[in-house]
Design a protein around this ligand. Structure first.
Ligand code: COA
Length: 153
């Protein structure tokens, strides 16, 4: 497995991974209505491309296939963090988090924080993050539960 920085030609593959993971993995913890709002069919490729460029986006690949992506911001915020639906529980998330931690330390960041889905909460706990609070957020008019979590590094 190789971890590298995002290239603009990755956008479509990342969008497909995101859609498939939300609809096949997160659906275990959220309703159909929620996953449809979270990952709609008509996602805007240009907006995705801008977002993927705007943050430090790391891509995990195996034999040139993208199997995960994760984003770090300069304040320590971890934004998107998704592994491919067919590559769950294989260490992809661990590798992505390692890269994020290494970069964060380089940048002098001493705290990582994220809003973890119900699905990802156990992963982040396993990695030493703690829950600050459970919260309800709204996306495209639909309410979701997630967890504000953080970890000193
Ligand atoms: C959460 C996610 C990124 C984890 O990635 P992953 O590649 O499956 O995780 P890893 O295989 O590296 O697992 C690392 C460790 O965490 C544990 N773990 C992973 N997911 C877990 C979970 N939901 N609950 C408890 N432990 C979990 C693994 O068992 C493993 O433990 P080990 O160190 O004892 O072997 C992945 O499951 C995912 O894509 N989830 C759906 C998308 C999502 O909700 N993303 C967050 C958006 S906010």
């Amino acid at each position: 497995m190789n971890i590298r920085i995002f290239h603009h030609h990755d956008t479509q593959e990342i969008m497909q991974l995101f859609y498939d993971t939300v609809h096949n993995i997160n659906i275990r913890d959220y309703t159909q209505e929620q996953v449809d709002a979270w990952a709609p069919q008509d996602m805007d490729e240009q907006r995705w491309n801008q977002n993927l460029h705007a943050k430090m986006t790391y891509v995990a690949e195996i034999d040139r296939k993208i199997v995960g992506f994760a984003q770090l911001e300069t304040n320590g915020h971890i934004d998107c963090f998704y592994c491919h639906k067919d590559f769950q529980g294989m260490g992809v998330g661990s590798k992505l988090l390692e890269s994020i931690e290494t970069k964060a330390k380089e940048l002098g960041i001493n705290r990582l924080f994220t809003e973890a889905s119900i699905t990802a909460k156990g992963f982040f706990e396993r990695k030493g993050f703690q829950v600050i609070k459970q919260q309800e957020v709204e996306l495209r008019g639909i309410k979701f539960i997630n967890y504000c979590m953080d970890r000193e590094i």
